[in-house]
Ligand binder design. Structure first.
Ligand code: ZN
Length: 85
């Protein structure tokens, strides 16, 4: 839930479910492109030269994707039709 005090310039819609999110808010995800360096033994990769895109997602949708559940699926059970494309 976004707070009423969030300025319009920071308000975005989750790309998956349409929920209004604060682009600077804690827990909001932002799509980014970057460069990953190949490591000899794998492990954590550092992302260099990150380019943030103006695409945002709510924490709930990213959690569902992390668990293999299509993002925005919960809304199907709420009786709210969403564009899943
Ligand atoms: Zn969402």
């Amino acid at each position: 839930m976004i707070e009423a005090s969030v300025p319009l310039s920071r308000r975005r819609n989750c790309t998956f479910c349409g929920t209004l999110v604060d682009s600077n808010g804690i827990g909001t995800f932002q799509l980014a492109d970057g460069w990953l360096e190949n490591r000899r033994k794998g492990g954590a990769n550092t992302i260099a030269i990150v380019h943030r895109r103006d695409v945002f997602a709510c924490h709930e949708c990213i959690d569902r994707l992390r668990h293999g559940i299509p993002a925005g699926q919960m809304h199907l059970f709420d009786g709210v039709a969403r564009d899943e494309s």
